[in-house]
Design a protein around this ligand. Structure first.
Ligand code: ZN
Ligand code: ZN
Length: 318
């Protein structure tokens, strides 16, 4: 595989002066490299490997991507690991990145901000970066970005590893890196499905919300979904609902083991700017799913004392 990367790096620029159709470097990117990558992935029918040197003419930035068909089957949507060659061919990245087409369509005015935000969301959900991977920005293009695809990939980068042309990795390293990034990818995909299920009912609250409040609500949910943070909250506060005392394991047995939701107590109004408080001991409460939903219907969702009082009042009447 190292040899294939080497051939692309040293021949791509010269090739772009030649006829695109049936060019061996194009075939290398569309067929040979994807095939080599496919051969090291175990679950071959779940992952689709695709490479491109451009659709009808040479692309500025050739790429080879691995799509989990649960997430996407093409580069335009979803998120996926992708080998991206720098425009100057000084090296290439293996980057966990995002498709931009649907984001551009959905948010024509704020697509860039959305992409950067979701890159940071993904980052916060990765429990551990694989060895050699970093979250610093990637540089694919030279000069003005404009609407060029390479510029979008720079914004969409979640984590990446760079391989300089003058110090290419050996076969085992590349294979190890592919497998490592696929592991992260799978974690995100499974986490995704779970959190989407949890979110669905909650987002019926979106309906009459002002844009500002909706933004804050989403920010609130992001904190509550941050795996590292939530683990700390549970670690310090345990698994019993702080409002009603519900214990999932007591009620449901094994499947309820260590299940509880973390609720961020800091008032929505202060969730602006960078001064966000995130102390797992004082800025969160652990709540059962019912109490969590009800807490969000309070005038001040951070005031779980009020919820406790309501519950007490109603129970007294009964
Ligand atoms: Zn409860
Ligand atoms: Zn909450």
């Amino acid at each position: 595989m190292t040899e294939l990367f080497e051939r692309i790096l040293s021949n791509y620029k010269a090739s772009t002066a030649e006829t695109f159709t049936r060019h061996p470097i194009g075939i290398l990117l569309r067929q040979d490299l994807p095939e080599a990558i496919r051969s090291v992935i175990a679950e071959n029918n779940r992952y689709k490997v695709k490479g491109s040197a451009g659709a009808t003419n040479w692309a500025e930035v050739p790429w080879v991507a691995i799509f989990d068909i649960i997430v996407t089957v093409g580069a335009k949507n979803g998120y996926y690991p992708v080998f991206l060659f720098r425009e100057d061919m000084a090296g290439f990245y293996l980057s966990l990145n995002q498709g931009v087409t649907s984001i551009k369509e959905q948010y024509p005015q704020t697509a860039r901000e959305r992409l950067v935000q979701s890159a940071s969301d993904f980052r916060s959900r990765i429990s551990e970066f694989p060895v050699g991977f970093v979250d610093s920005p990637i540089a694919i293009l030279k000069g003005r970005r404009g609407d060029r695809l390479g510029g979008w990939y720079e914004l969409g980068n979640v984590i990446s590893k760079f391989y300089p042309a003058d110090n290419l990795p050996d076969e085992q390293t590349i294979i190890g890196d592919i497998l490592a990034i696929l592991k992260v990818y799978a974690q995100l995909v499974y986490g995704d499905n779970l959190s989407n299920l949890n979110d669905q009912p909650e987002f019926d609250e979106d309906a009459g919300w002002e844009y500002e409040n909706l933004q804050r609500f989403r920010m609130h949910k992001r904190f509550e979904r941050n795996a590292t943070l939530v683990a700390k909250v549970k670690g310090t506060q345990g698994y019993m609902c702080a409002v009603c005392g519900f214990d999932f394991e007591e009620q449901y047995g094994r499947i309820g083991h260590q299940f509880i939701e973390a609720h961020h107590l800091v008032p929505f109004g202060s969730l602006v700017g960078q001064n966000v408080r995130l102390d797992p001991r004082s800025d969160f409460a652990v709540l059962c799913s019912n109490c969590h939903r009800m807490a969000h219907r309070l005038d001040d969702p951070g005031d779980i004392g009020a919820l406790r009082a309501l519950l007490k009042q109603v129970r007294k009447k009964a």
